[in-house]
Write a protein of this length. Sequence first.
Length: 591
Amino acid sequence: MKKISKKKLMLAIGMFVVILSIISFGIYRQYFYSENPIEVSYGEFLEKIEENQINKVFLMDSPKIKGELKDGQEFITDHPRTDNLKEMLLTADVIVVEVGEQHSVVQVITFIIVIGALAGMAFILSKQGSKQASKEYDKMSSVEFSTQKESTITFANIAGNEEAKENVMELVDFLKNPQKYQRYGARMPKGVILYGPPGTGKTLMAKALASEAGVDFLAVSGSDFVQVYAGLGAGRIRNLFKNAREKGKCVIFIDEIDAIGKKRDRGGLGGSDESDRTLNALLTEMSGFKGSEGIIIMAATNRLDILDEALLRPGRFDRQIEVGLPDLKARQDILKLYTQNRPIATTISIERIAQQTVYFSGAKLENLMNEAAIYAARENASFISEKHVDKAFYTVVAGEEKKDRSNIKESERRITAYHEAGHTIATKLLCPENKVTKVTIIPSTKGAGGFSMNIPPDSMYHKKKDMFHSIKIALAGRAVEEIIFGEENITTGASNDIQKATEILVAMIKQFGMNDEVGMINYDILLGQPGGVDQRLAEICNKEMKRLYEETKVLIEKNIHLVHAVTEELMARETLKEEEINKIIENNKVA
Ligand SMILES: Nc1ncnc2c1ncn2[C@@H]1O[C@H](COP(=O)(O)OP(=O)(O)OP(=O)(O)O)[C@@H](O)[C@H]1O
Ligand SMILES: [Zn+2]
């Protein structure tokens, strides 16, 4: 925008200067050079005065003065610059016109012309400017998204992340046959949030969904909606949805949704109104369509916890799919994908590379193989060999921040493995009917370890004994840490567990009348206000927790061989599924 108007401004100024020069030249001519004045010497001039031939003289502050003879002929002559020239002329009956006065008339005229010209110019420019601005505004409020239909990315291009993939695959049919679901009155999924660490293939999933369903893919980034003029973010959102509706079936992909969907700062002073407006526009647009149009909005974020709850409500982004870091098996699959079309030496062991790349994301694995290929090419080697991969490994890891987990110590993995094995074994022993979907030492966005498991069977009531079991399962992680590494070496890894255990225990004592000492009393009612601290209650809770923790430790110590066995498998494979856990327990049962 700047460039164009600068050019125009220069042009306008140029024209203005030319016009002004022409005008002033005209004025000048009119007053000083009209009708070809003759030049007379000062002597002649004095003579003419004496001969009474002069009608008028214009006195001005310049080297020449101008006059008019009685016959109308104009003349100029040198200005003597004497003090009494005017008096001399007046006594000779010559009309004296002081050009000072004339000048001011000229000045007034010039001034008016200049102002007029400037005003005109400003008007023209502003008109052009506002036209330009509104054009720019239009352009900016229509986000430039990339759309593609025949994208070549399919689910085959994504390795690992099987659960997330399955979840997304289910949506393909929704997109293809929205009428089918509508007929059964099924509520269409509208919004899906993919969350997980960077580079884990969230964008890839969204693209694959669009291309497998054969629909358009509209990609924008949350950051496109911030740092623009007031109201523009909301305008862009509306435009995006308008475009989507025109397209019909499509996948809208909003990367970095956290840029617009952060928790709103309620009641805070000076909260960003602008981002609120953008978020509100998004919420309104999402509520506005039925989903039967066959439009699915996918959003990606690295942080689910910072998103505004309004975004996650039913009818908005009510499906949340975790896309985590790949475990050993997934890393192998991803590496296979990226070695497929490259000349790989037969000596290379994908398994070994996968073992060495703990906590690598898919993007990082891709980068690793790419760097290795570059090293091989540089050497004109006939194959990519271990040596190139090793070199690439250091390149990829070297450019990382220190806190990156890629080079996390083996000992820390072992602590996590023991901790998670503790939860697993406690679950299997105390609540064998609970479903254990998986246990992993790959960190999830929810916590250090990964214990996505322990789903109790559905029931209307919770039994006292089950609640105690749940507390023990939560405490088992810490119990194993203490037993294996000693009391001095327990870690912060149990903080979520302790929170959960406390919640259950306090509810049992305060609300459910499950403690003999406290009795069947609702403590909140007794104390008059919820959340009041009561010394006796705190002591009772503490005592109970201690008892449960000791019992947990006894349970673990008795079954420590099972904990060891699960730990070793976790160290080797990082993730274990339910059947694998069952098998380990079966194989290690002491007869
Ligand atoms: N599971 C995977 N399978 C195959 N390739 C992957 C996988 N995950 C990541 N990649 C590779 O990493 C690249 C980046 O992935 P993508 O952009 O989808 O990650 P993302 O999760 O959207 O990351 P970000 O959060 O940084 O936007 C992909 O183009 C692909 O080459
Ligand atoms: Zn734990």
